[in-house]
Ligand binder design. Structure first.
Ligand SMILES: Cc1cc2nc3c(=O)[nH]c(=O)nc-3n(C[C@H](O)[C@H](O)[C@H](O)COP(=O)(O)O)c2cc1C
Length: 197
């Protein structure tokens, strides 16, 4: 018999979880960040390619490196967050495929593809992993504040120079201050967004 998550779990992951911009003065230790990654890494990706790479920006020096890349509306929430995760992607993800997909020569399927195909493949799969990451963070009691309002080229130059890693999106992490939230915006109903054919 398949198991399902109870109401408390569904509330924690979805129904009461919100995107946070204001943070309580509560620490987030490195061991918890590792637990978030260790759950998120299990979510499925194409050929198990696992292209997501994460830089946890915590120190004041690292936050200052990130600051010039942020859109003005994202500066205060990011500088005050206990940790900001740079959710990034390894565009040469195929180098890890002999380890990650050992039962076939999956590296050969990808290594000669054009750069733009490698990039959108990495983007698709690292975005999925980024979503698993946020759900893992919520499951472990953290709040998230995802952001795409930043200059990717500046982040890449500051954090990934000399590599083939590129930033995807940023995600503030901490314990949110729910008193600062606006009311939740509506979502599309099933009839508006879906059809069964
Ligand atoms: C990929 C992504 C990029 C986002 N970029 C920004 C951003 O740059 N700045 C910001 O304030 N919010 C940003 N958001 C937050 C969304 O507006 C927010 O998650 C959405 O309105 C749902 O809010 P809720 O989770 O509180 O219901 C982003 C969210 C996602 C998932």
């Amino acid at each position: 018999m398949s198991k399902t998550l109870g109401d408390d779990g569904l509330d924690l992951l979805f129904r009461t979880a919100r995107t946070h911009s204001a943070w309580q003065d509560k620490p987030v230790d490195d061991a918890l960040l590792a637990r978030v990654y260790d759950l998120a890494k299990i979510g499925p990706t194409s050929a198990n390619m696992c292209p997501m790479r994460v830089v946890f920006v915590r120190s004041p020096a690292a936050k200052e490196k990130l600051k010039p890349a942020l859109d003005p509306g994202n500066v205060a929430k990011t500088m005050s967050a206990p940790v900001t995760a740079i959710i990034a992607m390894e565009v040469r993800f195929y180098e890890q495929l002999p380890k990650l997909f050992p039962h076939a020569d999956a590296k050969a399927w990808f290594k000669d593809l054009p750069e733009n195909v490698l990039e959108y493949t990495a983007l698709r799969n690292s975005s999925l992993q980024g979503a698993y990451f946020m759900l893992a963070a919520r499951a472990l009691g953290l709040d998230c504040g995802p952001m795409s309002g930043f200059n990717n080229a500046l982040v890449d130059a500051a954090f990934f120079a000399g590599t083939t890693i590129k930033s995807n999106f940023l995600c503030n992490l901490g314990h949110g201050d729910a008193s600062k939230l606006h009311p939740r915006s509506p979502r599309l109903d099933f009839e508006e967004a879906c059809k069964v054919v």
